[in-house]
Design a protein around this ligand. Structure first.
Ligand SMILES: Nc1ncnc2c1ncn2[C@@H]1O[C@H](COP(=O)(O)OP(=O)(O)OP(=O)(O)O)[C@@H](O)[C@H]1O
Ligand SMILES: [Mg+2]
Length: 313
């Protein structure tokens, strides 16, 4: 892949470079390549929904984002509108074949958002990696050449604590843990925390837990409130103020291959992920459109949406 300059930024010219380019808002800071693993070995807690929609929302706030789909299910790949069946190469070729990651990066329909796609061959990667030298470091090594072209790199992890997730935790500066607002939200977290501690001790001393995100909250039930209180007691200020509500629109968006800010910009789900993007960027000290008052790429229909209203959801 070659690189082009947009303002002060380098942008990869990927396979989809024929798409019209929107000018990126120049935020006056060099890309830091801050890397986050979105991790929870529990299935269906909102990892992919958060990976896709936080990425797209950060891009809409003017940042340049790389989303890495590290799950053989490839839901982040299809979620941003890239067909899994038409893929020539994926993260599998990077991890197992040793191909350069910039051969795999694709530009998505969301301005400012690039993707490292996954495909089903990744399902065999856990086993194939076992026999590989520096098997825990493959993703970290691959990202080294490109991460500094991006403001944020988000890695969508599979629902397991195997070698793929270990690769994500080794490559990351920090992890973000989505927790579904359900009775057993905290169950199984001790093994996740143990894994994070082990990676920190042996592979990645700087690894932090940057945030815990409550997802699929139902404001009409007491249970969501109780779970939120319990999680906040446990994780304190690590828990994001923003809580993602249960939203039909968020569940529908992947089948249209669109992030929520494109599929239903006026919905509560879009508002939640835009608010989360602002909170997330503030936490990591990343200037963004909403706090600079700059021209941002938030869809007009999402601006001024009432987060408490149903917003078409
Ligand atoms: N806030 C929400 N409101 C309604 N549905 C949601 C919400 N977040 C996620 N979902 C739906 O719940 C299901 C699981 O979400 P998602 O795929 O994001 O979880 P996951 O943790 O990535 O799952 P897996 O562990 O299988 O990778 C999906 O069908 C998704 O569309
Ligand atoms: Mg997923």
């Amino acid at each position: 892949m070659s690189w082009e300059r947009t303002g002060a930024r380098l942008r990869p010219i990927g396979p989809s470079s024929s798409q019209p380019q929107k000018p990126y808002t120049e935020m006056g800071s060099p890309p830091t390549g801050n890397t986050f693993a979105i991790v929870n070995q529990k299935g269906g807690v909102g990892k992919t929904t958060t990976a896709v929609n936080l990425s797209a929302a950060l891009a809409s706030l003017g940042r340049i984002i790389l989303l890495v789909d590290l799950d053989p299910q490839g839901n982040s790949t299809s979620g941003v509108g890239i067909s899994k069946t038409g893929l020539r190469m994926s993260v599998y070729d990077v991890l197992i074949g040793g191909d350069p990651i910039d051969h795999v990066i694709q530009r998505t329909a969301t301005a400012g958002l690039d993707l490292v796609p996954s495909d089903v061959r990744l399902a065999g990667a856990e086993v194939e990696l076992t026999a590989t030298i520096a098997r825990e470091n493959r993703l970290k090594a691959a990202l080294r050449t490109v991460r500094n072209h991006y403001d944020v790199v988000l890695i969508d992890c599979p629902p397991s604590l195997g070698l793929l997730t270990i690769n994500a935790l080794t490559a990351a500066d920090a992890c973000l843990i989505p927790l579904q607002c359900e009775y057993y939200a905290l169950e199984g977290l001790s093994s996740l925390v143990t894994t994070i501690d082990l990676v920190r001790r042996h592979l990645n001393t700087g690894l932090e837990v940057s945030g815990v995100l409550l997802t699929m909250a139902d404001p009409r039930t007491k249970l969501s409130d109780q779970v939120a209180t319990e999680v906040r007691n446990h994780f304190g200020s690590k828990v994001f103020e923003t809580v993602v509500p249960r939203s039909v629109r968020l569940a529908e968006a992947p089948s249209y291959g669109q992030p929520i800010i494109a599929y239903a910009p006026g919905s509560r789900g879009a508002a939640a992920y835009l608010t989360l993007a602002g909170e997330f960027a503030d936490r990591i000290g990343l200037p963004h459109g909403s706090n600079l008052g700059a021209a941002v790429q938030v869809p007009a229909s999402a601006a001024g949406v009432d987060p408490n209203g149903d917003g078409g959801d």
